[in-house]
Ligand binder design. Structure first.
Ligand code: CS2
Ligand code: MG
Length: 402
């Protein structure tokens, strides 16, 4: 047996914060795991460093399923994003190690390639309709076959998803920025600009839109119906999914496909959404939902109900977590699409390797394991800086879901 010799938690901030777990075995094999939870990074770092790392030493690095159960069932306090992100980091690092020991990229260990490449969508946005159109044209130029479109709603300074510069980075201030929100203005405006996108660019690419939990079920039903002619690939997170049952109402009013899951972290959080076919795409991420081991189960469960994957892949999941997602995407039969935002340039100084992009698709690295190397020396130069996600307030000053 190749036992775990050490487990270190590394925090770096090359333009944005990333938490990475480094597991080293007695034989000297190193595995990397992503433990980044945007705006709550140090909570996961502490959970790993203070509560999990001491338990790992001396355990068999090859027993991934056993380790998952030991960390999930063995702590009494289960689930939740902090716990599931910490478990995910251990899980990814152990898959990385298993791949390196076997001399195979992780997707081969998961059953091999079920497709030739991973279809990705990226983001286009604008501060107004004109700049959205320019951004879509630029994104199409780069070969993307699927594009998420978001535009600032006039008079709503806190519209989700509008880039300032090359990437959209909502967690940028050292205390949460408070932004205003008007559901009425959004509902009046969003369907009109999505229709204009189709008018200008036609239907030969997938068009996605993220509602980002901002609507009630009935508002979401109305929105879904009002964009049916636009033929969205999906409307994402139309309403918060705390009450899974509420999606039945949306479903009964519109044929616009629904994607949910980026803030959820376990198979039980999506059990009814999937088994009652209330959604079409499941968007949990490997990084926030227990790693490859748990996500493989989530996708197999979803397969029974013709629900496909659409994994969350923003720049606040590290390249290690992204690589893990791409290996899984390659191997599952019910893959749908993968989010791919890209990273600020500095990130490549710390994380080397990973999937390659070509003509709308990502291809996993063929290097054994997950295929990412973490440069500890460079990473140490970028110190953690508190960065919070914004808070939304309605025009009357009350707090709204961001
Ligand atoms: C998102 C994210 O990628 C997405 O679809 O909704 O931008 C999300 O807001 C961030 O990951 C929050 O950390
Ligand atoms: Mg989203």
């Amino acid at each position: 047996m190749d036992a775990i010799a050490s487990a270190e938690v590394l925090v770096t901030c090359p333009a944005r914060n990333f938490v990475t777990l480094k597991i080293t075995t007695v034989d000297g094999v190193v595995g990397w795991g992503d433990a980044t939870l945007n705006g709550r990074e140090l909570a996961v770092a502490s959970y790993l460093r203070d509560h999990i790392a001491p338990l790992l030493i001396g355990r068999d690095s090859a027993r991934i399923e056993d380790m998952w159960n030991y960390l999930f069932r063995g702590v009494y306090w289960r689930k939740g994003p902090i716990t599931m992100t910490a478990i995910a980091a251990v899980d990814m690092a152990l898959w990385d190690i298993k791949g390196k020991v076997a001399g195979l990229p992780v997707y081969q260990l998961l059953g091999g390639a079920a497709r030739d490449g991973v279809l990705v969508y990226t983001h286009a946005s604008g501060t107004d309709i004109g700049s959205l159109m320019d951004d879509i044209a630029a994104v199409k130029e780069r070969g993307f076959k699927a594009i998420r479109a978001q535009t600032a709603v006039p008079g709503v300074e806190g519209t989700y998803g509008v880039k300032h510069g090359k990437y959209y980075e909502p967690a940028s201030t050292s205390l949460p920025e408070e932004q205003s929100w008007s559901t009425e203005a959004y509902l009046n405006f969003a369907p009109t600009y999505l229709a204009k996108v189709r008018e200008q660019f036609g239907f030969d690419f997938h068009l996605l839109h993220d509602v980002h939990h901002r609507l009630t079920p009935m508002e979401a039903a109305r929105f879904g119906r009002s964009v049916e002619d636009v033929k969205l690939f999906w409307m994402e997170d139309p309403t918060p999914a705390d009450n899974q049952e509420s999606f039945r109402l949306i479903r009964s009013h519109t044929t616009t496909p629904v994607a949910v899951g980026e803030v959820l972290s376990s198979i039980w959080d999506i059990q009814h959404l999937v088994s009652e076919q209330l959604i079409d795409y499941i968007r949990l991420s490997v990084t926030h939902a227990g790693g490859i081991t748990h996500m493989k189960k989530v996708f197999s469960f979803a397969e029974l109900y013709q629900v496909r994957s659409g994994s969350h892949g923003p720049s606040d999941i590290s390249p290690v977590g992204q690589a893990a997602a791409i290996h899984l995407d390659m191997a599952i039969p019910n893959f749908g699409i993968q989010e791919y935002m890209g990273y600020p340039d500095l990130v490549a100084d710390v994380f080397h390797g990973g999937p390659t992009y070509e003509d709308g698709y990502l291809h996993p690295s063929e290097v054994p394991g997950l295929g990412i190397d973490y440069d500890e020396e460079v990473a140490a130069k970028f110190e953690y800086a508190p960065k919070y996600l914004p808070v939304a307030r309605r025009l009357d000053g009350s707090v709204h879901d961001w």
